[in-house]
Design a protein around this ligand. Structure first.
Ligand SMILES: [Zn+2]
Length: 55
């Protein structure tokens, strides 16, 4: 089916998985900002495209 949006957290096999990711440059604690088709870091400028998700 499509993407079920139940909030920031999804349950996968009993493990809480965050949909938000940390910045690989800044490390844990710095979240990447969620955009429609990409994620970006407001601190260092890093960004990555979201695969498959098109608005
Ligand atoms: Zn960063």
């Amino acid at each position: 089916m499509g993407k079920a949006r139940t909030g920031l957290y999804t349950t996968q096999g009993g493990t809480l998985g965050r949909s938000h990711r940390f910045c690989p440059n800044c490390g844990p604690g710095i979240f990447l900002a969620e955009h429609v088709n990409r994620r970006s870091c407001g601190k260092c400028g890093f960004f990555e495209p979201k695969g498959g998700a098109k608005a």
